[in-house]
Design a protein around this ligand. Structure first.
Ligand code: ADE
Ligand code: ZN
Length: 323
């Protein structure tokens, strides 16, 4: 197999701000007179020293995304890149925290701009976007409630999911039960970052307390065979981001990554890029890496697309259109 860009793909785990090309952020910084030179290396790529520093750089980049128009332009730039790699459906984590700080009136304006860009991308590039509102774990449970209210108030055809990202070592998942209950009552699909930095118990906590159908990453579940069996039986879908895990040092290289072991054990795995420019990746590169490391071919890639299609937080008419 060679031309991975041509395979139709569905991506379930992409942070909108984390997909911002460095050049886009640099241009915004220049226009706004903000000095962000410290977050770029000499080649112009994002520069950070580990996961916590990655979060700091990510948040620094977000400081120059200050208007709905910025998010409109960002959405278009991101979808253009995804479409170039064969993505036909993308679910992006959207953060009201970075779009007006959780103020509901402001959030509606940002959301309208993102949706307008998504409509343009759909008609011009044939890529469908849905939004999964995410709270940020290290901002704490009180802030998460405010974000959950934004999710409740804007749930619908476009906002179809709710999740939690950020520093997995900050606080405990039961502190977020209120927010996830609110999102569930609003009819949103649920996912939680877990089992990226903490072990199998954190994946269990996400299932038990937040009652999610999908787990962001979840790869550390592999350390507990009983949990792997449970995930396979229950049909829990893992949003696996191999390139992200390798660059951030969760695993030393792709061959050591557990995605093949999880897949072979019957766990429903999907593949995503997480924050592509931060990890020097894209969906074609993820597929190429899986081909090289594990010999994945058309059947495995078809299975990824089918799993993602079933797990997508979109309505059934959208799912039927994508099938
Ligand atoms: N936010 C953006 N990327 C993330 C990751 N890999 N883990 C947790 N939070 C994130
Ligand atoms: Zn993520």
């Amino acid at each position: 197999m060679s031309d991975f860009a041509k395979l139709p793909k569905l991506e379930l785990h992409l942070h909108l701000e984390g997909a911002a090309p460095p050049a886009f952020i640099r241009a915004q910084a220049k226009r706004k007179g903000v000095d962000l030179s410290g977050i770029f290396d000499v080649a112009g790529a994002y520069k950070y020293t580990g996961f916590v520093d990655f979060l700091r750089v990510y948040e620094a980049a977000c400081t120059v995304l200050t208007t709905p128009q910025d998010f409109h332009d960002l959405t278009l730039a991101v979808l253009e890149q995804s479409a170039a790699h064969g993505v036909i459906y993308s679910e992006a984590f959207l953060s009201p925290d970075f779009c007006g700080g959780g103020d509901l009136v402001a959030w509606r304006d940002y959301l309208a701009a993102i949706e307008a860009a998504a409509a343009t991308a759909e008609s011009q590039m044939g890529i469908t976007l849905r939004g999964c509102i995410t709270c940020i774990r290290h901002f704490g449970p009180d802030k998460a409630r405010i974000i959950a209210r934004c999710a409740q108030e804007t749930a619908g055809d476009f906002i179809t999911g709710f999740g939690i990202a950020g520093d997995e070592n900050a606080g405990e998942l039961p502190d977020f039960i209120y927010s996830f209950d609110a999102a569930r009552e609003a009819g949103l699909g649920l996912t939680a970052h877990a089992g990226e930095w903490r072990g199998p118990d954190e994946v269990r906590a996400a299932l038990e307390h937040l009652r999610v159908s999908r787990i962001g990453h979840g790869v550390r579940a592999v350390d507990d065979p009983a949990l792997v069996e449970h995930l396979a039986e229950r049909g829990t879908v893992l949003e696996v981001c191999p390139g992200s895990n390798v660059v951030l040092g969760v695993y030393p290289d792709l061959r050591a990554h557990p995605i093949e072991k999880l897949r072979a054990a019957g766990v429903a795995v999907t593949v995503s890029t997480d924050d592509p420019p931060f990890f020097h990746t894209d969906m074609s590169a993820e597929y190429a890496g899986l081909h090289r490391a594990f010999g994945w071919e058309q059947p495995q890639f078809d299975a990824l697309a089918q799993t993602a299609l079933h797990a997508a937080f979109c309505d059934d008419s959208t799912r039927a259109r994508l099938a």
